[in-house]
Design a protein around this ligand. Structure first.
Ligand code: HSE
Length: 441
């Protein structure tokens, strides 16, 4: 392998992901050079506090807390792992304007300002690569940009947020409280600086926005993605879901509803919601920090990607992969050639989420003294209801009756459940969660 001239890197951010990048490119320099012909030299590192002790193998003199000093340093590639949309946006746009390629792990930046970032890269005659922005270490942007180009993607769905998956697994299997599990995810470096973004579904919506824009060929606006997080989920529903053969996960989904040709506005359904997933579904078995993405292409059918969705080294693995793509010229070639980025795709045409049909889990909770009659009461109250029940489950210990419905629009379901609940003496508001069945079940 002929080694190229070292590529000088300006690293913006040296937290969880940045330190992982440092560890890989310093400790594995020889191996990477032998395999790829690429060697990296980190000349400047932007941090918020230069006095803080860090476990990264960079000399003290490379650190600065001044974004302009980073941008004025001698570099060939900017790697942005700060996160957020303030300083990160400034350094990314200025580097691109100066014609420098950018590798970023920043899903919020791309979800909120993607078209601006891509246009700035084009104006600067350079490129932006962002494999690490979605689902950490598992490769998904690469397959969408390259392996699946022959397809018209019909849907993309997945578990995109490791913090939520970790929290739900820790509550159900580890007996942790919701608050303790969120704190543990923060301590282990999975959660965002503000974990509200994780648990409210915002981070999943950022990733869905980036991925669905690429996969479905539309310029999707983040704000148009309907979202609910895990912050109001109850342990009872996680347990009952398991009893019934389902896992409860935070799922992001983007689905094309009309077969419009590429280049035309697409009718898209986009949502982030806690969802019951049938145990035979590929996404159901992902626990802890594992993320997974299922892409349904019209030519290839379903393809599935899974791996560690967060954490220092898994995310840094994706960042370094992009750095190599930039160094070898592949990132630039892909960015120049493909018309799949938000600055060159048509705006999406959004389907009202209230109009999209799904099966639902509906839980009715009764006061303890009513538990002998619960099922008979629900059967009676449901008898003239237009919404069909596919199965009914009774948990006497929890004093609940759960119904799984046939596919129904949320609007119709809401009215039906209110009408049933009106005939029952419930101890709590009914809970409704969408259900994802395994294919063919
Ligand atoms: N907070 C994010 C997560 C980090 O938990 O998935 C990776 O994007």
């Amino acid at each position: 392998m002929r080694e190229k001239k070292p590529l000088r890197v300006a690293l913006a951010g040296c937290g969880t992901v940045g330190s992982g990048v440092g560890e890989i490119i310093v400790n594995r320099a020889g191996e990477l050079a032998a395999r790829t012909g690429v060697r990296f030299e980190v000349g400047c590192v932007l941090v918020s506090d230069v006095t803080r002790k860090r476990e990264v193998p960079f000399p003290a003199e490379v650190f600065t807390d001044d974004p302009q000093a980073l941008l004025a340093s001698e570099y060939d590639l900017l790697v942005e792992v700060i996160g957020g949309t303030d300083i990160a946006r400034t350094v990314v746009l200025e580097a691109l304007a100066a014609g420098k390629p950018v590798v970023t792990a920043n899903k919020a930046l791309l979800a909120l300002h993607g078209a601006e970032v891509y246009a700035a890269a084009r104006a600067g005659g350079t490129c932006v690569a962002f494999e690490a922005s979605c689902a950490g270490g598992l490769p998904i942007i690469g397959p969408l940009l390259r392996g699946l180009q022959a397809n018209r993607v019909r849907s993309i769905m997945g578990i995109f947020n490791s913090t939520c998956n970790f929290v739900l697994t820790s509550m159900l299997d580890g007996g942790m409280s919701y608050g303790d599990a969120v704190q543990e995810a923060q301590r282990l470096g999975y959660a965002e600086a503000d974990p509200t973004l994780d648990v409210s579904g915002g981070d999943t919506a950022h990733k869905l926005c980036v991925l669905a824009s690429l996969a479905l060929g539309s310029n999707i606006e983040y704000e148009r993605i309907a979202r609910r997080g895990i912050d109001r989920l109850q342990l009872t529903d996680l347990r009952i879901a398991r009893e019934m053969g389902y896992s409860c996960k935070l799922v992001g989904i983007g689905r094309r509803l009309t077969p419009a040709p590429t280049g035309q506005p697409q009718q898209l359904y986009l949502a982030v919601r806690p969802t019951l997933i049938h145990c035979d579904h590929l996404l159901a078995g992902l626990s802890g920090t594992r993320s997974g993405v299922l892409v349904d292409g019209d030519v290839v059918g379903e393809t599935f990607y899974s791996g560690s969705g967060a954490g220092s080294l898994p995310t840094a693995s994706a960042v370094v992969a992009d750095m190599i793509e930039v160094a070898t010229g592949s990132a630039q070639a892909t960015f120049n050639q493909l018309c799949v980025y938000n600055d060159c795709t048509p705006p999406a045409d959004y389907v009202d989420p209230e109009e999209a049909e799904d099966s639902y889990y509906v839980r009715f909770s009764f006061a303890p003294h009513r538990r002998a009659d619960m099922l008979a009461d629900v059967d009676h109250a449901w008898r003239d209801n237009p919404v069909k029940r596919l199965q009914t489950h009774v948990s006497r210990d929890d004093h609940v009756v759960v119904a799984i419905t046939a596919p129904v629009k949320p609007k119709l379901l809401g009215a039906a459940v209110r009408s049933v609940a009106g005939h029952l003496q419930l101890s709590d508001e009914p809970v409704m969660l969408p259900v994802l069945e395994a294919r063919g079940s």
